[in-house]
Design a protein around this ligand. Structure first.
Ligand code: CTP
Ligand code: MG
Length: 361
């Protein structure tokens, strides 16, 4: 009967949302891991200051945006506050030498990469059973700002947003579709897909659009532009928590489960991969309007088209396609995984079976 059907649906939602929370909680980094990472950051900052006394070493990426999983790598960015500073590639070379001499890290300086970085790693030890991996870059102020934007989105609704994002990060890693180097999508790309979905697809929206809210006070160009890009967004989260009441009335449990189901359905069926651009700043855009179309008539050696197979606009660097590394095969894999996940959930299995099946390696 109808009511039996309804109560089974309720049971499915309650059970799956509980299982999702439990699943995600055991994947969070421990307080100890966070403390060790902070110690490493401080140590590295002290060493860098022997080369550039006016430098600061800041954390970005998952260690700073609230979407960190156990044992995720550390992204660090060095800012130098003086006028005359060494070039990034000179910094990489000097810092590489210094760290090699002074520390136990394995050091790999990439001075001539498109974005010069020093790669570091530490072998596992009793206090750090999984070791540590860390990249140090220079002057990447946009990455610091987009980290702050993601962190603010995470803080508006910590339970629901983080549960969904963390689950998808694990899922995409286990299903092997989280690797820009082999043609699939970075974690950063998946987080943007989730925010895009919660701001622009869910109706009523679960999150506000922080880049389009009216500012509380007049803002000056200087404060809000980094490298020519507008990086302003509404960042008074305390105020926002008081003011923003999503008119979405689904319960926390319902939201977690429906968000997950709807997310997979939207990206397996409804998102227009051929013509659309997902923009958390402006909603669904057309590839044409950004000059990002898949021009299928162009020569097969023109890799512009390969770069724009899948389009996700960076929130600040709006001429940058975050998913430009996704290849034809990569997109096929990603969409196949969205469909597979949709199918698994549509069968309404018991919660633990569902999670195990979804994340099967
Ligand atoms: N980033 C960026 N542009 C990209 C990719 C990454 O600006 N195309 C910056 C973002 O600031 C992002 C950070 O690099 O937060 C780290 O990216 P990534 O490693 O993909 O995300 P994490 O959240 O650190 O995920 P993981 O835990 O998998 O490392
Ligand atoms: Mg990272």
């Amino acid at each position: 009967t109808e009511s039996r059907h309804a109560s089974r649906a309720r049971f499915f939602v309650a059970e799956l949302s509980q299982a999702l929370f439990d699943f995600v909680i055991q994947l969070l980094p421990t307080a100890e891991e966070m403390a060790v990472k902070e110690d490493v950051r401080k140590l590295l900052e002290r060493l860098i200051r022997t080369i550039e006394p006016d430098s600061r070493l800041l954390s970005f990426g998952s260690t700073a945006n609230g979407f960190s999983l156990r044992n995720s790598d550390m992204d660090l960015c060095c800012l130098i506050d003086s006028e005359e500073r060494l070039s990034s590639s000179d910094m990489v070379t000097m810092l590489g030498d210094l760290l090699e001499r002074e520390t136990k890290f394995h050091v790999k300086p990439l001075a001539h990469a498109r974005i010069p970085i020093v790669k570091l790693s530490l072998d596992p030890s009793p206090g750090l059973p999984l070791g540590i991996a860390c990249d140090i870059g220079f002057e990447n102020r946009l990455a610091l700002e987009n980290t702050r934007l993601l962190m603010c989105y995470a803080m508006i609704d910590p339970t629901r947003v983080r549960t969904l994002v963390l689950f998808l990060k694990v899922w995409s890693k286990r299903r092997k579709i989280n690797s820009p180097y082999s043609g699939t999508l970075s974690s950063y790309g998946y987080v943007l897909l989730v925010i895009y979905f919660l701001v622009h697809v869910k109706n009523p929206p679960v999150l506000p659009n922080l880049q389009q809210m009216p500012p509380m006070r007049p803002i000056s160009q200087d404060d809000t532009h980094v490298g020519g890009y507008n990086t302003w967004f509404f960042d008074d989260i305390e105020l926002l928590r008081q003011r923003w009441q999503s008119s979405n009335t689904e319960s926390v449990a319902e939201l977690c489960v429906f968000n997950l189901i709807d997310f997979f359905r939207y990206y397996s069926r409804d998102f227009s991969y051929n013509t659309g651009v997902a923009s958390i700043r402006a909603g669904l855009l057309k590839k044409e309007s950004k000059g990002w179309q898949n021009d299928l008539s162009s020569s097969k050696y023109n890799d512009a088209r390969e770069r724009n197979r899948f389009c996700i606009e960076d929130p600040f660097e709006t001429d940058f396609n975050v998913s430009r590394c996704v290849t034809k095969e990569g997109l096929y894999l990603i969409r196949g995984e969205f469909m597979r996940a949709s199918r698994v959930l549509a069968m309404r299995p018991r919660a633990l079976t569902a999670l195990a099946q979804l994340c099967e390696e």
